[in-house]
Design a protein around this ligand. Structure first.
Ligand code: ZN
Length: 490
């Protein structure tokens, strides 16, 4: 029997029991970054959210093809028709090839994602490498009669499409509302209606990134790459399409319109959107001075930051909120996440110190059930974390001798904690992975503790205290127990 879980589908506006189109397999497409600037806090949430979904699907035994694109053809302002190509602008300013700019920021993005524990997707297609597929897709829409050519550009005929389908089905809008929200045409435009969007845009003479097409030397419209690349790698129908809520309109709405116009149906079965991160209650934006890159977070080099935060602290902070809830960044919230993660990791480490007993006073199956139920309920990661915290308390009680486990139950508990904390939530114990962490100093500390034991055996209390104080000065706290000595990094 297939494992069952529910996922909130933006399209139907309700939680649905997930059913893959092909048994045992899942196709998932997520809109990736536009590579003209450093990865920032806003990138962390969709990346971690869909990494959680990717990891969870795999833990259920699905074979997942996860496609996350790289937008490198030059992302345009607003509705993709007007404004400046940001990659080309940066290239001009820094006297670089546009592809140098795109490559540089793609590397920066991948690096930051690795640090956040985000797994690499199965395929990471670049928009610039799929111009032919995009042109073919535009041709199909033209053949179906839902687009028109105007002065070398191709536009999607929203009004005509809306007569047969519902433009706005994803975001819950109607064309009338959309008409009210768009500016009047200024008479210079090639478009029939202000709400029509570009499928192909003729390049102006100064536009650097351009490709030949049947209509003009130009470049694809913003929404086209996702329709073309999802179809190429996942087929005309696939399971999950994800992205941030900010992409719902117009980007995803236009993707649905493009696919429906070309293929006769929407491609994605479940549309999944993560909510946004705000900063002290405000939207993040360059003009607001609250724009924080991931590198600034990791190093603490931004005026709004009270300290540096490790990548895992950021990941834990994101996972502590349900992906559809708002998440507000503040130093207090991140400091709380840092403390919480530390407590969780210490609890997991303490698990190794429990000695098996003849009987168990608690049943670790309770943790497995709680975690499984939470994840199956639309990826409720905060509930998983709260279950893990409850069990950290139980672990600590067991160390104090107040609870006990059989060897078998202890193994089961370790396996469950490992599965949810590390495999599904994707957390890592940075205390052991950091180069300044526990692993590096362990041999040294163990040697000093041995010397201290010898000193104590010889009743040389002065030497024993000197070693303990020396370790304390290096941030290593020594704890004497009945059955030996323990230590931890502060
Ligand atoms: Zn997209």
């Amino acid at each position: 029997m297939e494992p069952q879980f529910s996922l909130y589908n933006t399209l139907s506006r309700r939680k649905e029991v997930f059913e893959p189109l092909t048994e045992g397999r899942v196709g998932m497409y997520v809109c990736g970054p536009t590579v003209y600037g450093d990865p920032h806090l806003g990138h962390a949430r969709p990346a971690v959210t869909f990494d959680l979904l990717f990891r969870y699907l795999r833990s259920l035994g699905y074979k997942v093809r996860y496609v996350r694109n790289i937008t490198d053809v030059g992302h345009l302002e607003q509705d993709a028709d007007e404004g400046e190509d940001k990659i080309a602008k940066k290239a001009r300013l820094e006297q670089l090839e546009p592809m140098e700019v795109a490559h540089y920021y793609t590397e920066r993005y991948r690096n930051a994602m690795t640090q956040l524990g985000v797994l690499s997707p199965s395929i990471e297609p670049h928009a610039s490498g799929h111009i032919i597929e995009q042109i073919e897709f535009v041709k199909r829409i033209l053949e179906e009669g839902f687009a028109y050519i105007s002065n070398g550009s191709v536009y999607f005929d929203v009004e005509k499409y809306n007569q047969q389908h519902h433009y706005g089905c994803l975001s819950g809008r109607n064309l009338d509302d959309i008409v009210l929200g768009t500016r009047e045409l200024d008479g210079q435009s090639d478009k029939h209606n202000s709400f029509d969007f570009a499928l192909w845009k003729k390049a102006s003479p100064e536009h650097i990134m351009r490709w030949p097409s049947p209509w003009s030397d130009g470049f694809p419209g913003w929404h086209m790459e996702c329709s073309a690349m999802s179809t190429k790698y996942l087929g005309e129908r696939f399971d999950i399409h994800g992205g941030g809520m900010d992409l719902m309109f117009p980007h995803h709405e236009c993707e649905i319109a493009q696919s429906t116009a070309a293929l006769g149906h929407d491609s994605a079965r479940y549309w999944v959107h993560n909510n946004m991160i705000t900063i002290n209650g405000q939207k993040m934006g360059k003009s607001l001075g609250n724009f924080i890159t991931l590198e600034e977070l990791f190093t603490g080099s931004h005026k709004m930051l009270a300290q540096a935060y490790t990548p895992m602290t950021i990941r834990f902070f994101v996972l502590q909120a349900h992906y559809r809830s708002t998440l507000d960044f503040s130093n207090e919230a991140l400091q709380a996440a840092e403390k919480g993660l530390d407590r969780l990791m210490k609890g997991i480490e303490a698990l190794g110190k429990i000695k098996p007993a003849a009987t168990s006073t608690v049943n670790p199956a309770e943790l497995e059930r709680r975690c499984a139920e939470a994840m199956a309920d639309d990826l409720n990661s905060p509930m998983v974390i709260s279950a893990l915290f409850d069990w950290v308390r139980t672990i600590n009680s067991a160390i104090e001798g107040k609870e006990s486990f059989t060897a078998e139950d202890l193994e089961a508990l370790k396996a469950t904690i490992h599965r949810y904390a590390f495999e599904v939530l994707g957390l890592q114990d940075e205390r052991t992975t950091a180069t300044t962490g526990r692993d590096r100093v362990t041999p040294l500390v163990e040697m000093l503790l041995e010397e201290r034991l010898k000193a104590r055996a010889a009743k040389d209390w002065a030497a024993s205290d000197r070693i303990r104080d020396g370790l304390a000065a290096a941030g290593i706290r020594v704890k004497d127990r009945k059955d030996g000595t323990d230590w931890e990094l502060e």
